[in-house]
Design a protein. Structure first.
Length: 263
């Protein structure tokens, strides 16, 4: 399983209410998830860290994930809000932004993923396990005021949304989901996100979801190679054998052809 650390040190994603880059939160949570998965027997689980600017890093992480050929892909993120909904405040003498109205986790899948059904099944299991940990999902993403950030809600119990055009979800060849662990622009929730208790809850939820997925999944679909274009071969020469039976047979064949022409 690949645990993708959302964003990069250079393109760090959102900035928290206390001016901590999202990438730092993503990395710490991904490491905790990796530890829990390996403790629970998933020894091949691995954190994937990507460098560089935003757009190139997206293509790079997809290519690396597909090359590894993992069974699952989970991208780890922390949430914010559109700038229009951000309020201003000062933290430790520096200007920052916050929004205390929105909070909660959310799980995203893409219908364009070649294994969408399995992606959705894993996402639902993950959302349900997050709820089992007492966590509440973010309910704003299917509401009209989210504008271009609005997404269809697929499961109102698990907090699973559909985000078709997200590159790391639609271009990966294995089942894939993206987890927004919670809001770091919400001042109270940011403190929760930074706690070991919360990271342990999320890590436990992920591990339980992976275990459930592995217990119920069927065999992976076969990847059938496309046949190569056939190489044109020279037409074979057909040998016309003479009728057997000597001169009599030869004359009989000639008379049959003459009769045929007269018809």
């Amino acid at each position: 399983m690949i645990i993708d650390v959302g964003h990069t040190a250079e393109s760090y994603g959102a900035m928290s209410a206390r001016r901590v880059p999202e990438f730092e939160y993503n990395l710490k949570l991904a490491r905790r998830i990796e530890e829990r998965l390996k403790t629970d027997g998933f020894i091949e689980a691995a954190v994937m860290i990507t460098e560089g600017k935003a757009r190139p890093s997206l293509m790079s992480r997809v290519a690396r994930a597909n090359k590894k050929g993992a069974d699952l892909f989970l991208s780890i993120h922390h949430d914010s809000v559109p700038d229009i909904y951000a309020d201003r405040w000062e933290f430790e003498g520096k200007k920052s932004q916050f929004n205390d109205l929105f909070g909660g986790y959310s799980v995203f899948v893409s219908h364009h993923n070649p294994r969408y059904g399995e992606s959705l099944r894993f996402a639902r299991s993950l959302g349900n396990q997050m709820a089992e940990q007492g966590l509440i999902f973010a309910r704003q993403y299917d509401l009209w005021f989210m504008g271009k950030y609005q997404h269809p809600l697929l499961d109102s119990d698990a907090g699973v949304y559909r985000y078709d055009e997200l590159i790391v979800l639609k271009n990966t060849t294995m089942p894939a989901a993206l987890l927004e662990s919670g809001s770091i622009i919400n001042r109270d929730e940011e403190l929760v996100m930074a706690s070991d208790e919360h990271r342990n809850k999320v890590a436990s939820a992920v591990s339980s979801a992976v275990l459930d997925y592995c217990a119920t999944r069927g065999p992976a679909p076969l990847l059938v190679a496309k046949p190569s274009s056939p190489v044109a071969k020279p037409a074979a020469r057909v040998a016309h054998s003479k009728p057997k039976g000597g001169k009599a047979a030869s004359k009989l064949a000639q008379s049959q052809r003459s009769a045929s022409h007269r018809r």
